[in-house]
Design a protein around this ligand. Sequence first.
Ligand code: NOJ
Length: 480
Amino acid sequence: LAVSCTASNRTFPLGFKFGAATASYQIEGGWNATDKGESIWDRFVHEDPTRIPNNDNGDVACDSYNNWERDVEMAAELGLHFYRFSLSWSRILPTGFNNRISEDGVRYYNSLIDGLLARGIEPFVTLYHWDLPQPVQELSGWTNPLIVDWFADYARVAYALFGDRVKLWLTFNEPVVMCDGAYNTGLIAPGILNPDIGSYMCNKVLLMAHAKAWRIYDEEFKPKYHGKVSLANMWVWIEPATEDDKDLAELALQNLGGRYSHPIYSKEGGWPPGIEEVMAKNSFKKGYSKSQFPAFTKEEKDLVRGTYDFYCLNHYSTRFVRKAKEGETFGPFPIGDDEDIGGIMMLPENREVGASSGSVKYPEGMRRLLVWLKEHYGDIEYVIAENGFSTYAGLEDISRIGYHKDYLEQVLLAINDGVNVTHYTAWSLMDNFQWNDGYTYKFGLYEVDFTDPKRTRTPRQSAYYYASVIAQHSLDVATE
Ligand code: NOJ
């Protein structure tokens, strides 16, 4: 794509990498192609189509199952250094278990990986982006501790199949959304409302599954393939509404991402202490005889601690938090439950808002978050695996350009502050199935025509802008 320059100098460090991301259920379609198994998202949207606006679903989505060559071409047009996508567990293991590996599933991902590498684009693979095999859900999914081994089996299969070419792996995408989003509201697959126990079980089980999958790579594959494994945490930056809310904001951050980071990245491991304390108190108040937070044994704590090769974050927006007043009702902020910490979450005021109401642009949150992460989890490598802005249809997406530009400026400032940020990923390469919002909001650098059976993709203005930034390795490019 075309490149144009202006003067001044805001250059990224040598070796800094740019990419774009997608996820299997959101783009692939081919939901029952050949022997692919059913996933919880297939079941969720088919069982009750009214769950999604316009009865939309991911049956066809961007049809990347058939259009992957165009996807690779787009990644090349943008000049991406890497392309982040996820594997569909049930496309590779139709039963959910490792008794049968789908030839077609393997063929599909091999073609995509080889296609990317042929263009010099690194594959960055997420093992799990929310599409659990339905048979595994029927055995209680992420609330059954046995899934730790089933996920580990799947991870081993994926590493063995693709690890010779894939060097960057994520076990999970946004675990807090998977657990809190699913069990606190029942509004996303598997649609089970069980906020008191479900989301906390899921939290712990998922950490154990991550740890096991990380250790399998570390022991069995790293010596020959030399890759890296982490998980992508979802972070909203949280500001205190007033001076008095400073401790609460810290607690809110711990509740949102700390529950998935402290056990892995802190020196001592285990739950963030403040949250553990609050949760125990809340549980007794509710009449439970022990904390709703499932405790870690010493062995479990040790198993989870240190299971990372880098820190990975998805970041879009900021919230303010203030103490709840006596008798005040909470939410809905179902992720990082505000009721648990007695805080009311609020959207930033007087800021640009995208097509979805939560999509509030607050660029300085990116820098503050990165600095906070370094303070808490150390001077390690930081990878931004998602950042993006929602709009409605149309190729002229000036607001998306402004969003990426302003957030990237903050990334540069964080780098100047001494945070070792090495990768930036735009969400998304193209418009796709936006979960509960169906196809209403668009996040794509490329627009996808969902009325066209070919699912034609067309670059938006933001695609040209991003390509210029990548080509110049700098923000010194024209925004129009
Ligand atoms: C988070 C998720 O990882 C992705 O699936 C989603 O589409 C985007 N952010 C935008 O909401």
